[in-house]
Ligand binder design. Structure first.
Ligand code: TYM
Length: 332
């Protein structure tokens, strides 16, 4: 146990998880759970960087936890917890805020995308300093690796910069973590616009599939997925819609993209999309059944997140104590 490398990752409870969250991150988390000492968090504090109804936040937080377990994470093997239960995240976040520069936060592409259409008077400061809290999440656990999708790469870079800066200023304290991003499927694209990533905040509901979509909805969304006029199932950049669908197929079945293309030679998109819908359904149906079961057993979920918070708290406090000492705070 002691010699295992540490993994930390998290997801925002900003709605139900999408197929992008699942194939880009969660499915990999499950694969890594026995080999590493894993901390998987529901980052509810990140979710309030944009306005959120309290009752929705509560519901989504439990749903995400249920999604984690239903997708195959074993609460006995990994530490599953809710970010706001471990106050060290906010505490380290503050210290790191004082080491992070306005300019570098302003360069975050996700911040720029999210605030494109907003006046500065309506941009919450928390949205700006979001990556610093994310750095605190990761650095508290001395994580070696952070399994995420491609869209989080820049946040991992700034986490590394902040860790190195602290280490240089105050002496070696933090492990400098690495992003762990799978080669294919690290970016699942929108089914309606294959140039943008699949996201649950997309205004077009056919653009994304959520793990909790009912089976007919999945079939319908696949039928409407944007392709092109070529009519041939091929894996290339000129056919981004089809390429994305092949990627999804490949991530779920573990077949190579070449194998998939070969098996659709001479067949059109309709057949391919119908088959892919069934492939997705085959993957998500058992997960949905487990989610339903878990959400009816809230006591069980509570047991898991309480136990997880205790374990996470112990690890996080250890790091925070060191940090407080190094910056010069007097112990109580
Ligand atoms: P979030 O909640 O947006 O997404 C959770 C995870 O899903 C991945 N992901 C995708 N992967 C492939 N294709 C997509 N279309 C897609 N959409 C989302 C994300 O890359 C991510 O791995 N800032 C993080 C949450 C966070 C975090 C952390 C992550 C907070 N603290 C510490 C790692 C470590 C976020 O908003 O992820």
């Amino acid at each position: 146990m002691e010699n295992k490398k540490v993994i930390f990752s998290g997801m925002q409870p900003s709605g139900s998880l999408t197929l992008g969250n699942y194939l880009g991150a969660l499915k990999n988390w499950v694969k890594l759970q026995s080999e590493y000492d894993c901390y998987y968090c529901v980052v509810d504090m990140h979710a309030i960087t944009v306005p959120k109804e309290p009752k929705d936040l509560r519901k989504n937080t439990l749903e995400v936890l249920a999604n984690y377990i239903a997708a195959g994470l074993d609460p006995k093997q990994v530490t599953l917890f809710i970010q706001s239960h471990v106050s060290a995240h906010a505490e380290l976040g503050w210290v790191l805020n004082c080491l992070t520069y306005f300019g570098e936060l302003g360069r975050m592409t996700q911040f720029k995308d999210k605030t494109k259409r907003l006046e500065s008077s309506s941009i919450p400061a928390g949205l700006f300093t979001y990556p610093v809290l994310m750095a605190a999440d990761i650095l508290l656990y001395q994580a070696d690796l952070v399994p995420v999708g491609e869209d989080q790469r820049q946040h991992l870079e700034i986490t590394r910069d902040i860790a190195q800066r602290f280490n240089n200023r105050y002496s070696e304290t933090f492990k400098v973590p690495e992003a762990f991003i799978s080669k294919d499927g690290a970016k699942i694209m929108s089914l309606q616009d294959p140039s943008s990533k699949m996201s649950k905040s997309d205004s077009h509901e056919n653009a994304f599939i959520i793990l909790m979509d009912d089976l007919d909805t999945i079939r319908r969304k696949l039928k409407r997925a944007v392709t092109d006029s070529e009519g041939v199932v091929r894996f290339n950049d000129d056919q981004p819609g089809v390429k994305n669908l092949i990627n999804i197929y490949s991530k779920i079945t573990d077949k190579t993209t070449d194998e998939i293309v070969a098996s659709y030679e001479g067949k059109g998109y309709a057949q391919f999309k119908d088959d892919l819908a069934e492939v997705i359904i085959g993957e998500v149906r058992p997960i949905q059944e487990r989610i339903d079961y878990l959400l009816k057993n809230k006591d069980y979920l509570q047991e898991i997140y309480s136990y997880g918070a205790e374990k996470a708290e112990a690890a996080a406090r250890k790091t925070l104590r060191k940090v407080y000492k190094k910056v010069g705070f007097i112990p109580k």
